[in-house]
Design a protein around this ligand. Sequence first.
Ligand code: G6P
Length: 610
Amino acid sequence: MCGIVGAIADRDVVPLLIDGLKRLEYRGYDSAGIAILGDTCVRRVRRTGRVAEMESAALAESFVSPLGIGHTRWATHGGVTENNAHPHISHGELALVHNGIIENHEQQRARLQALGYEFESQTDTEVVAHLIHHYRAQGASLLQALQTAVRDLDGAYAIAVIDQRDPSRMVAARMGCPLLVGLGDGENFVASDVSAIVSSTRRVIFLEEGDTAELTREGVAVFDTDGTPVQREEHLSDVSLASLELGPYRHFMQKEIHEQPRAIADTIEALMGVGGFAPELFGADAAEVLRDVDSVQILACGTSYYAGLTARYWIEGMVGIPCAVEVASEYRYRTAVANPRQLIVTISQSGETLDTMEALKYAKSLGHARTLSICNVPESAIPRASRLVYHTRAGAEIGVASTKAFTTQLVALFTLTATLAKLRGKLAALQEAELLEALRHLPGSVQHALNLEPQIAVWAERFSPRQHALFLGRGVHYPIALEGALKLKEISYIHAEAYPAGELKHGPLALVDKDMPVVVIAPNDRLLEKVKSNMQEVRARGGELFVFTDADSQFGESEGVHVIRTPRHVGVLSPIVHTIPVQLLAYHTALARGTDVDKPRNLAKSVTVE
Ligand code: G6P
């Protein structure tokens, strides 16, 4: 969703701001803008649509400045208009960009209107610009005015501010939304996401909740909620420029699908390093936290939720303790029953998803102390709020539709399952060695599945004119059917639904006719015969079947039954391998339909609002 970048330097920062905003585009947005110092007042350019359009306007107006802020906006309060786009300006002097939502904006707006401030947008953000201006007018410095203003705000924010009257600094604040400071040589930066500044610096400080910061060219000062100066640790970001570039691929989604063997290999590296399923993989005190857990509650959204659904089959099957999986936005608003021995597992690619974060906070408020986060972005909010962390090493994921994050989450969840099983005496040494061996071979098996791309692209041609599709799976492959349907609807806009194959006859069978393609995930597991019967139900109604299976299953193509096989059945890890074909099917179908694969309409990569 919304993105922030800001820079103070001895050089022109406009190209840095534009480059930063382009690197934030993947998060999803509908308008963009920058503000810089002018001769007498702050100058601003804003456009709805793509950053490139705003860039052309900035070039045409000869925007040049050593200090500026930029923003990509994903509309919440107020429609997608130029007036609602950030930066917002107060009295031509003070410009501000904001991520998050100010909940008491109506009261603040009324208060400021009574003081004579006029509003030009419908946003919650504009009040913050005027509020800071109001405190400035009473004699406060820019930093003091920001620190006083944020005390008046309820809600979540990451903010960056510049002021024409104080050209030597930029100030920033964070509460509930990520914001980091980038440290350069004689220049400094703020950004909501490290990718926005990685072409200038990889040295970063992650601001903490309630922090404010003052940036000059020479240095950065950080203050806590009370305004006391604090030292925050400096990190060297491992996000590389290469991971943010397309390289030879047409889309980031295609690149990220193909990166999965490497991403999985990187994710299991630590496990292979310790040579077994050891609690330390999850954090220093993990043995104590995990040893006597009696149940698991998984909380997540979107694709991460489907990773959780897959893990339930593993955890209940191999560990023998109950595992519940719930969409975070549901859990956070219901009366959940607290159990101090329950392990709360949050799964999030970004580590920023608001509903998942709030579900975690709610669980903690109920007294849950055993919390584990499986996350792809270190130092993001959700792992920071969790006692234990497993870092998936998928690398930066840019495509809105999650791919390599999902398969690495599955690897992490499988590692958790085996670790819990071992702690409970349910994993003999021989079995452990077998599972480690299976994981070691997993990148190769995933590569074999990727090699099926040409065959899947042929299927995609047949899917592209369709308006609907059904996905079926049973057992641990049912969540993969769900993920396949989600991928297809997200990026090709074909209406796709997934059902447990056994449930077909209780309703969805009524939809089946010759125009309804039915995708079946049917590996050679113990439920294969059951799935075959369900496939017969489809064929008997004239439905066309597209079956993903493996070389070990004994059924072939026939009229109306198309089959693509992965080379061999990989046992308990089969759902990971069977994810690849459904990703490729969605990708090639979207390609054939000409949709915007990496930035599907209406969707955002990091959903930081409710
Ligand atoms: C959005 C993204 C999805 C993602 C979901 C959860 O909807 O478009 O790809 O699965 O958020 O995000 P998270 O970062 O928490 O995994």
